[in-house]
Design a protein around this ligand. Sequence first.
Ligand code: MG
Length: 456
Amino acid sequence: MSERLFGTNGFRGVVGEELTPQIAVKFGYAVGTHYLGKRVAVGWDGRLSSEMLTKALMSGLLSVGAQVYEIGLAPIPVLQKHVKENPELDYGVMTTASHNPPEYNGFKVVGPEGIEIPVSTERQIEEIFLSGEYALCEWSQVKEIRRIGDVIPTYIDSLLRNVDPDLLREEKKTVAVDPGHGVAALTIPHILQRIGYKAMTINAEIDGRFPIRPPEPTPEKLETLSKTVLAVGADFGVAYDGDGDRAIFCDEGGKTWWGDASGIAIAKHLAGKGLCEVVVTPVTSTAAAEIILQPMGVEVLRTPVGSRNVSYLMRDRGAVWGWEENGGGIYAPHLLARDGGITTLLMAQLMVEEGKTLSQVFGDLPRLWQVKTKVRTRPEVRDRIVEALIEEYGDEEIETIDGVKIWFGKDKWVLVRPSGTEPLIRVFAESSDRDEAAGLADQFRKKVESLTSTLA
Ligand code: MG
């Protein structure tokens, strides 16, 4: 067990190695000690190890006298929404490894606003975990687990209050839905049925082995969705990650689009309706955001990588919409956390209100190409590599929100940032010219490699 429990996305590890039931019990002690006397909602995703780990986690929480409310098997936004809105709940813990491979699992702790807890709170929980100083209670203080009924219908009702269901019902669209054997299968088809849409599902049996595609919905892994859209003549297709907070869209022609396209399309639509003056997105997403939104008077704010950074900045600046390029969309009136369900409904409403097909919606956006690569490096030299680049490119326009982002024009940039979870430096390059983006990524990969060897 490393000294750090939490990475960029909560506590994650390979089951049976970094993450065992014994660790889950201790994690429950530590979290329950931190939130002593508070009421906790617990939910889990569809991974093979999720029930095993959740039962151990609950056992730890109960051991320190926590009142545990069982949300059960559900997408993570369901848990987050209940924590935010149910006055009986103070915080939540979700057993999930989101988009990671099947052998992984983890825990995400959600604060009272429904947002993943900040790093400062994670550090406090880590300290308790590592010190072993748990507030274990006497036998007479152990509480029974309570179950919350109708968790998913309540969530769907609240989701629909954030769109115009009557307007959506005017066009009975057909949607190809790919939950990727994850828990989005429990909500999305029902959400679509509630607005009179026909949901044609694939990979909709929850299966923690993720037999057909990985739990991360990257466009190149979604050929089956693309074929299904064409085969059934769907108006669009949509795929989700393992715990249902990311949505990736496929247009009616079978072309799958990265989350930047949907993030910007929704921002542009909301801005056109006068609903969105500020948007928030991490440093990694496309410069097309500024190119499209700034002329509309929308301020584009950038954060370090990690969806909670987007959530907290949205809260602090009163932003209505934020997104990650991986398909995580955040709509503040609903929840200050990513939700694939609300992203799907907002996209459907956009199509109806603009009277466009999805290929027209995305075709209207300027096309920038992004190339990503990585360099394996020792953790101790990572910050020095970034410092060396800041020094070298100090005369260019640079940003140091997360690593260093060097601008070579309004649609051309390179980002070099240390990974939050692995001994890697990630290199991102973007340009309106595909070869130029690839060339820039290659040039900076070589530069980082050479710095790695000189700094060794
Ligand atoms: Mg996720």
